[in-house]
Design a protein around this ligand. Structure first.
Ligand SMILES: Cc1ncc(COP(=O)(O)O)c(C=O)c1O
Length: 393
């Protein structure tokens, strides 16, 4: 039996690695999981009602690209949130969560060659792991670009050599960023879009944390592209109900952008896509149309930011996240810190290096742990106090 070479260097996923690191050791207190980015605020009550009302539609094949009603609700949301009006019929595709979309859009849109050479795909480092797997799957060269304190925790793609940028087919950018919590402002997006125009590549903007932020709503790539008059094909945005509406199990998101790019994505999806069951599309339609539950969840995250600031504010190197629900905390060695914390207190966090790649011997995540602020407030407060006393006491 032979297996593909292209995935042979893929490290194990972060969570099996974490289990290997910690599970042979007894926890030093009641276990508290602060590892997985799984939202735990309540989802709206009406979710189950909508599913029940439309249960008979489990008996039908659902439309691949989304019902017209769902596409309309998404288009209205984009207009309300970003002031951008996109055509629901041609410029949006529903997704089974953003993860599959971030992967499949690369399959649909990355060319075999760029200017006669192997294409490159840019990803921040550290990063959400699907970006790298998408690059490998399409035979592109993944280029891991540091997103560290020195670059404001977002990648400085413009600093890459011009010959490399000319080979770039796709640049991933996550804002608010997982894991660093950095938010790309208007200038950052505008500069990146201009760079994409100059070197003729597409931007895949992972905005799945867009509704979780500290002060003001993060700007989106689509609105900035519109503001600067960029080619609408330059930018694809990816959004999800997983974080916005506390519905990670619904597996519902969408991507939006230029009609030509969306046409390619939808065509591939019509062959190989897995559409969302119709009753769940009805839930998604209602969720994009409702902001009350989003505001309620945001208020809870804002209290969590305040708790984190209160408990960790005096820790050297603590940086309040601008958005998202992760803390990216500096430590001497992330793996050693995660183990010490588990053995000393029972609090479980993720070593930063499991979310990043070593480039020329330097792993920009190695000196960090990632902490998810998803547990109920009191639980989170106690977890952070145990963490502070154990790692920084
Ligand atoms: C940065 C980032 N992008 C995408 C996703 C995928 O989310 P979903 O597929 O649930 O929309 C996640 C999930 O944790 C994430 O952290």
């Amino acid at each position: 039996m032979t297996f593909p070479e292209r995935f042979s260097n893929l490290p194990d996923y972060a969570f099996p690695r974490l289990r290997r690191l910690l599970d042979d050791h007894a926890p030093g207190g009641a276990p508290l999981h602060m590892t997985i980015g799984e939202p735990q605020h309540a989802f709206p009550d009406w979710v189950t009602e909508v599913i029940a009302t439309h249960a008979a539609e489990f008996g039908k094949y659902p439309p691949n690209e989304g019902t017209p009603e769902l596409l309309g609700a998404i288009s209205d949301w984009l207009a309300r949130r970003y002031g951008v009006r996109v055509d629901p019929a041609t410029q949006i595709s529903t997704l089974n969560g953003t993860r599959e979309g971030l992967f499949n859009a690369a399959l649909a849109l990355c060319p075999e060659q760029k200017r006669g050479q192997r294409p490159a795909i840019l990803t921040p480092n550290p990063f959400y792991q699907v970006y790298a797997v998408a690059a490998l799957a399409v035979g592109a060269e993944p280029v891991y670009v540091p997103a560290t304190a020195a670059t404001g925790f977002l990648p400085d793609y413009a600093a890459l050599p011009g010959e490399l940028l000319d080979r770039v087919a796709i640049a991933y950018l996550c804002s608010p960023a997982n894991p660093q919590g950095a938010v790309a402002d208007r200038d950052y997006w505008a500069d990146l879009i201009r760079l994409a125009e100059k070197h003729d590549f597409r931007i895949f903007a992972d905005e799945c944390y867009s509704e979780i932020y500290r002060d003001s709503p993060p700007p989106g790539a689509l609105e900035v592209a519109r503001e600067i008059g960029a080619d609408p094909e330059r930018v694809l945005v990816f959004h999800s109900l997983s974080k916005r509406s506390n519905l990670p199990g619904l597996r519902s998101g969408f991507c939006a952008g230029g009609a030509e790019s969306l046409g390619h994505i939808k065509r591939l999806r019509s062959y190989a896509g897995a559409p969302l069951p119709l009753p769940l599309q009805r839930v998604a339609e209602r969720a994009w149309a409702d902001e009350a539950h989003v505001a309620d969840s945001l208020a809870q995250y804002r209290r969590k930011y305040a708790i984190a600031d209160e408990i960790l504010g005096t820790v050297p190197g603590y940086r309040p996240p601008q958005g998202g629900f992760f803390l990216w905390l500096p430590v001497a060695d992330g793996e050693a810190a995660a183990l010490t914390l588990w053995r000393g207190t029972g609090v479980r966090v993720l070593p930063g290096a499991y979310l990043s790649r070593a480039v020329n011997g330097d792993n920009p995540g190695a000196g960090y742990v990632r902490v998810a602020m998803v547990a109920p407030e009191q639980e989170m407060r106690h977890g952070l106090m145990r963490l502070r006393d154990c790692l920084y006491g």
